[in-house]
Design a protein around this ligand. Structure first.
Ligand code: G3P
Ligand code: MG
Length: 357
């Protein structure tokens, strides 16, 4: 750790580097820590348990509010993760609250997508389960019958107080947010096509296509299963292919998440704020124009997402590719080559002498 701070001249006491860890395929495979990742993370904390090396989790995954995910990661990894250190694929959806704050929006994906959106300030966010259950009694939507169990959640959810259920049928859905990996592709594609091709009023063919936002565009990602799993990008391709066949205009959508440079630039600001809070300093991003970091390490397993994003963003990002996830090659990736390739996280110190893991 002492060597790590000898990154050349720096403000007294302030670390001159930070780390962004990808989660799936680097830290976790499913819910199981990858190799010695908990031990590697514990090296970033001092003997007193306080954070010494600033790091964030920069994941395209999601589905739960940042605070809940931080708690879950703390439990799984045995370190104290704060919500501010958890940057998820859907975290940038916060930028859209002003635009859709009082509108009916539908949230799709595993976990608690509507809770994620409500925490951000979207006042009328419905999960696609809740939305589909509103059509329960309309026969043509019979395929949704199996979702009757959600009627209970509908009646109990706080949504019911602020926005009576039968209003939903007359309310235009202004936007759909794919918060995390969809679970039931057939139902989700059907409901989303009903919304998107009718201007947000299923059953009536009127109005311009509501916008649809994706938390990421990952084609595949790594879990405990030996081969990669289809990600949100694969779902987007399926939805887009079908929509473009049943509608006169092509699907209009926006994808967030890595490899967009904006995601990495935001991570840099979050790391700078983290350092400021560790050193009782005030970080003013308007004042502190040049990055206070000499190096920011992006440690990822997916060349097309993690390495590509760090490379596109440029200085001070240094990309480290692990062989514990999507990338299984021997050398470097031919198209998105990393600054360094390592077998796994805890072996990295042998390769980057200033990197304290
Ligand atoms: O759904 C998660 C997947 O898209 C990738 O997650 O942590 O490897 O960015 P991560
Ligand atoms: Mg990954």
């Amino acid at each position: 750790l002492s060597r790590a701070f000898s990154h050349g001249p720096q403000r007294p006491g302030r670390p001159s580097f930070g780390i962004a860890f990808d989660i799936d395929g680097v830290i976790l495979l499913g819910n199981s820590p990858v190799g010695g990742s908990p031990g590697a993370l514990r090296k970033l904390y001092g003997a007193d348990g306080g954070l010494k090396i600033p790091y964030v989790f920069l994941t395209n995954g999601g589905g739960f509010p940042e605070a809940k995910r931080a708690f879950e990661l703390s439990q799984l990894l045995g370190v104290n993760v704060s919500p501010s250190q958890v940057l998820q694929g859907h975290s940038p959806f916060k930028q859209l609250v002003k635009r859709f704050e009082n509108d009916l929006v539908v949230a799709v994906g595993k976990g608690e997508p509507a809770a994620v959106m409500s925490e951000y300030g979207f006042r009328h966010a419905l999960s696609i389960d809740e939305y589909a259950s509103c059509f329960e009694n309309i026969d043509p939507l019979a395929p949704y019958k199996k979702w009757t169990s959600n009627l209970a959640t509908m009646q109990n959810s706080k949504f019911n107080e602020s926005f009576p259920r039968n209003d939903v049928l007359s309310k235009r859905v202004q936007a759909a947010f794919i918060v995390s990996d969809p679970v039931d592709w057939s139902r989700d594609i059907q409901v989303l096509c009903d919304i998107l091709k009718t201007g947000g009023l299923p059953g009536r063919n009127v109005g311009p296509q509501p916008h649809i936002y994706f938390a990421n565009d990952d084609l595949e990602y790594q879990t405990k299963f030996p081969s990669e799993r289809l990600g949100m990008g694969a779902f987007r391709i399926a939805l887009e292919s079908i929509f473009n066949r049943i509608h006169p205009h092509c699907l209009e959508y926006t994808c967030f998440g890595k490899p967009h440079p904006s995601v990495f630039k935001n991570a840099e600001i979050v790391l700078q704020k983290l350092v400021a809070s560790l050193y009782d300093d005030f970080y003013d991003k308007n004042h502190d124009k040049t990055s206070s970091f000499k190096t920011l390490y992006m440690i990822g397993d997916n060349p097309a997402v993690d390495i590509r994003g760090a490379r596109q963003t440029g200085h001070p990002w240094f990309s480290i590719l692990t062989r514990t996830g999507v990338f299984k090659g021997k050398e470097n990736h031919d198209k998105f080559s990393a600054d360094l390739v390592i077998p796994c996280l805890e072996k990295s110190h042998k390769y980057v002498n200033l990197f304290p893991l």
